[in-house]
Design a protein around this ligand. Structure first.
Ligand code: XLS
Ligand code: NI
Ligand code: NI
Length: 434
């Protein structure tokens, strides 16, 4: 049975007027000797594709899901898997991500929930084997159930913490069972609403211990993919402990977790943190910690995580400049952590949405590659720092200088003659390629 009213989406090229075709994403086309699909490593999130009913704070869901009986039965959960794989096959996406509670229902107790998970994981494993699709990462939902209203790994209640640990243990084992390439921790409710009732130091120590237990358990079960932390500054918590890339890196260093973790950077979270996406990517990459990307975008006029599809070519170009600069994604990918607008309620809108994101990233990739081949941008930045390449500058960089040496040089040199930063010229240069 067909659930999406279309054939497999094909590449038809830039002149095509077919809305259900790729204009730029040509999966096997080579860019710098590597196929587009290997550069981009697109992934689809189970929670948005299969489970997001498209509700908002003012109204219920609008999404049409004729395949879903709306129940919490395991049978319904297993049936969704076929629909999801039809979607992946038709859109041509080879990776996916899930939360435990998206793929299987949370039932009356942990045992029953774990059994439900096992049933769905068995089905997912079958479909993966049949199609070659891979699990990019798994994660546990530690934020929806009321027990987690005050956090999971940072809950003030040790029994909740314990439950969260058991849930992550199982999610990790399911990820391993499906040969998942990574495992993600997004803070969810790991943060606080007011310090009047919060012992921040204690909560952070608990989180550190929790992540160490995850690392230990991964070792025990032979899961060697990286763990990712996905920074986000707020929503649902007022203050989240994993607020941005720099805060996460500091936390990972403080708790001795740098060797086991990388970051999963999401566009909409970057902008909520008051940063640009390229800032967050650069902070992560500089530390050798850029692992994966949640590829979406926010809405500058709405102050929450709107999880829109990334269709802005300027944005995708900047993301791909960062990705190419660090030598490409390895275990990670571009996960469309994005949902349709509430008004786009038909199943076929899922196709339009992903086509748009994939085409925008294909263009971003081509443009970023062209900018790098051209070399003027890179050369400009290199030249801007040229005074650090010789003599005194090189001594500063190698740590051999003292304030005395520099004082002597400053007195001898007189007033420095500073060159222009040429921001507008560089913005014009980028536009040459768009
Ligand atoms: C929420 C997060 C979430 C993570 C996975 O804002 O983006 O969807 O990606 O838990
Ligand atoms: Ni995300
Ligand atoms: Ni998000």
């Amino acid at each position: 049975m067909q659930h999406f009213d279309c054939d497999k989406i094909q590449y038809e090229g830039p002149s095509s007027k077919n809305p259900l075709a790729f204009k730029h994403y040509d999966a096997d086309a080579l860019i710098d000797g590597k196929s587009m699909k290997d550069h981009l490593r697109f992934a689809a999130p189970y929670w948005h594709v299969m489970r997001n009913v498209l509700s908002d704070p003012f109204g219920g869901g609008t999404a049409q899901m004729p395949w879903d009986d709306g129940s919490d039965s395991v049978e319904n959960a297993v049936n969704r898997v076929d629909v999801f794989f039809e979607f992946l096959n038709k859109i041509g996406i080879d990776y996916y991500c899930w939360h435990d509670r998206d793929i299987a229902p949370e039932l009356s107790d942990l045992n029953a929930s774990n059994a439900a998970l096992d049933a769905v994981v068995a089905k997912l494993k079958e479909k993966q084997a049949e199609t070659g699709v891979q699990l990019l990462w798994g994660t546990a939902c530690l934020f929806s159930h009321p027990r987690y209203s005050q956090g999971g790994a940072t809950s003030p209640d040790a029994a909740v913490y314990t439950y969260a640990a058991a849930q992550v243990k199982k999610a990790l084992e399911c990820t391993k069972e499906l040969d998942g390439l990574g495992y993600t921790f997004w803070g969810g409710r790991e943060g606080y609403a007011t310090l009047l009732n919060t012992d921040m130091k204690r909560e952070l120590d608990h989180l550190g211990a929790f992540l160490h237990m995850a690392v230990d358990h991964a070792k025990k079960i032979g899961f060697d993919g990286p763990f990712y932390i996905e920074p986000k500054p707020r929503e649902p918590s007022t203050h989240q402990y994993d607020s941005d890339a720099a805060a996460c890196l500091n936390f990972l260093r403080e708790y001795g977790l740098m060797d086991h973790f990388k970051l999963n950077i999401e566009t909409n979270h970057a902008t909520l943190a008051g940063h640009t996406m390229e800032h967050e990517l650069t902070v992560s990459a500089n530390a050798g910690m850029l692992g994966s990307i949640d590829a979406n975008r926010g809405d500058e006029l709405i102050g929450w995580d709107t999880d829109q599809f990334p269709t802005d070519i300027y944005l995708t170009t900047q993301v791909m400049l960062s990705v190419l600069k660090m030598g490409g994604l390895t275990t990670g990918g571009l996960n469309f952590d994005a949902k349709r607008r509430r008004e786009s309620h038909e199943p076929i809108d899922l196709m339009h949405a992903h086509i748009g994101g994939m085409d925008a990233f294909a263009r971003g990739l081509k443009i970023a590659h062209a900018i790098r081949e051209d070399g003027r941008l890179e050369q400009f930045v290199k030249d801007r720092y040229a005074s650090f390449d010789s003599e005194l500058g090189a001594e500063i960089e190698s740590g051999k200088c003292s304030f005395e040496t520099l004082e002597k040089a400053a007195l001898a040199n007189g007033e420095p003659v500073l060159a222009s930063g040429r921001q507008e010229m560089l913005e014009n240069l980028i536009n040459e390629f768009l």
